[in-house]
Design a protein around this ligand. Structure first.
Ligand code: GSH
Length: 201
């Protein structure tokens, strides 16, 4: 199995962590999609990473789809609840964490533009998504059921990869203020080998 990705992408990190947690061996192909000569569009017409090439040569992309595929392989530990509606609730939190990441990526790109070309309105809109998303995630984490529960799941992994990305890119650096449960959650998860091995460079 080949994972096409880049070392800085939080969506790719989600998949790497999941594969490591399950003990599934994979080849990591570092191919940042914005680099000259990138071959990512050969695997994903959208030109985004991650893309996963299975043992049979089939390609899956968009990290939530790859998550579903990996779960179908049946390797333990399972990272989604067995009950379908409960699994959907966990996937909802994954979507929320990914959405916060999307807004953070949009801010990183906006900040790379010339100051005169930046849109303050756009920046405020992205910040709103990040702050509201984090507030909702703090609530989920304090309930200790779908997120921050007994056993590691896809919601935990997605949230930790998103928070790792906020730290790495210094987006919303005060995110931890008044979000004590999220801090404890990531402090605990970052100690796991799967996270230590996938820390962005
Ligand atoms: N929804 C996608 C998002 C993937 C994504 O945006 N990846 C970024 C890297 S962090 C990318 O490949 N960007 C290149 C581009 O948008 O052209 C997923 O979850 O896989």
């Amino acid at each position: 199995m080949k994972l096409i990705g880049s070392y800085t992408s939080p969506y790719v990190r989600k998949i790497s962590v999941m594969l490591i947690e399950k003990g599934i061996s994979f080849e990591f192909v570092n191919d940042p999609p914005t680099s000259a000569g990138s071959k990512v569009t050969n695997f994903n017409p959208l030109g985004k990473v991650p893309a996963l090439v299975t043992e049979e040569g089939e390609v899956f992309y968009d990290s939530p789809i790859i998550v579903q595929y990996i779960e179908l392989l049946g390797a333990s530990p399972t990272l989604l609840p067995p009950e379908p509606l409960e699994a959907l609730r966990v996937k909802q939190i994954e979507a929320l964490a990914d959405g916060v990441t999307d807004a953070a990526v949009a801010l990183v790109l906006e900040n790379r533009r010339e100051a005169a070309q930046r849109s303050e309105e756009w920046i405020i809109r992205q910040r709103g998504k990040i702050l509201r998303g984090l507030d909702q995630l703090e609530k989920y984490a304090s309930q200790r059921h779908l997120l921050n529960g007994e056993s590691l799941n896809v919601a935990d992994i997605s949230v930790a990869c998103m928070l790792g990305y906020l730290n790495f890119r210094r987006i919303a650096p005060g995110w931890c203020v008044e979000r004590p449960t999220l801090i404890k959650l990531v402090e605990r998860l970052f100690q796991r080998e799967s996270f230590a091995r996938t820390t962005p460079p």
